[in-house]
Write a protein that binds this ligand. Structure first.
Ligand code: TYM
Length: 334
């Protein structure tokens, strides 16, 4: 059975892109795979995080995973900082990965912005830690949204270089699993920009904890174009907002783009938005409510993370031990 690993940052509200690009696929994969899902708090602190909010945000994302349908007994669900082997393997990968590789990472360029000199070293080395997350468990499948593809290619490069440098066939080359009809959910205000929790405009995204009124308002205000909806997905070319809203509908209803286009062929956006709102509320409403309920029980959530971390360490410790042996680091025999 192949092993699946994926991660999500506890940096604020979960949004629809996280759900459709990642969580929904994680839930689907849990039935046939051995899955490890990590709340990556060490990645989060590559940008400033208020220490008072980091633990509550970690719990909230954990609640989001469970409320979306992940079973914490079947899957390993944990937070990264409770398994120190992630940071240890990341150091070794800092010595395998090349500056030239990291210099090409577009996420660093976007996040560091113009003031690159002032970005943290952690933000720059972020993809090495991500490679360590995956390879620490020798995972072969990594379900992510489109935006993480470049980081996964780097993880493969690191795995391959490690194997070559040390003359071993130790790490598998992890495959990105970019699944569903909404692998890159775009902002509701601008169909050319990714939907993101860091966008300053609240109206640009649907949060997983938004209530029905808020969802309805954001969808009503979502940017569109003057034409009616097309009957064929090919005619979505050059219409980013229409493509985004139809993609969201398709992913939320588990249909193909072609089926949704057939269903709404010639419809006006106003009518389509009414149906999209109803669908989004029916999917996200129960998840948001369940998250709110779980957030009132931090002891339960902390227990899930602590048990998950213990299970993760049981896999990670021997693999890291093998890595230390391969690299030639002297270890105590006791
Ligand atoms: P993060 O926390 O930004 O996002 C978590 C997951 O949500 C997906 N996603 C989206 N998918 C489609 N459309 C969007 N608008 C959208 N926004 C977010 C992301 O692709 C991701 O799958 N570096 C990762 C976390 C990470 C990780 C890992 C992932 C750390 N270690 C190891 C996989 C394996 C990140 O920042 O995701």
């Amino acid at each position: 059975m192949s092993r699946i690993f994926s991660g999500i940052q506890p940096t604020g509200d979960l949004q629809l892109g996280n759900y459709l690009g990642a969580l929904k696929n994680w839930v689907m994969l849990q039935h046939d795979h051995d899955c490890i899902y990590c709340v990556v708090d060490l990645h989060a602190i590559t940008m400033w995080q208020d220490p008072k909010l980091l633990a509550p945000n970690t719990r909230e994302v954990t609640a989001g995973l469970i409320a979306s349908g992940l079973d914490p007994d079947k899957n390993i669900i944990f937070n990264q900082s409770q398994v120190p082997q992630h940071a240890e393997l990341a150091w070794i990968f800092n010595c395998v990965s090349r500056l030239g590789w990291l210099n090409r990472m577009t996420q660093f360029k976007d996040k560091a912005g113009k003031d690159r000199e002032n970005a943290s070293v952690g933000l720059y080395a972020y993809p090495n830690l991500m490679a360590s997350d995956i390879l620490l468990y020798k995972a072969n499948g990594v379900p992510v949204g489109e935006d993480q593809k470049q980081h996964l290619e780097l993880s493969r490069d690191i795995a391959q270089k490690f194997n070559n440098d040390y003359g071993v066939d130790f790490f598998p080359l992890p495959e990105p699993l970019i699944l569903g009809e909404a692998t890159r959910v775009m902002s509701l205000r601008d169909g050319t920009k990714k939907m993101s929790k860091s966008d300053p405009s609240e109206a640009s995204r649907i949060n997983m904890t938004d209530g029905p009124d808020s969802i309805a308002k954001k969808i009503r205000k979502a940017k569109t174009d003057p034409e009616d909806l097309p009957g064929d997905p090919k005619d979505l070319a050059g219409r980013p907002e229409a493509a985004n809203l139809i993609g969201i509908y398709a992913a939320l209803s588990d249909q193909s783009l072609a089926d949704v286009c057939t269903q709404f062929d010639g419809a006006q956006f106003s009518a389509f938005k009414v149906d999209l709102t109803e669908l989004a509320v029916s999917v996200l409403g129960p998840i948001g409510k369940e998250m709110a309920r779980m957030m009132r029980d931090p002891v339960y959530l902390d227990g899930v993370l602590s048990t998950g971390s213990e299970r993760a360490r049981a896999i990670a410790v021997p693999i890291l031990g093998d890595v230390y042996d391969i690299v030639g680091l002297l270890q105590s025999q006791s």
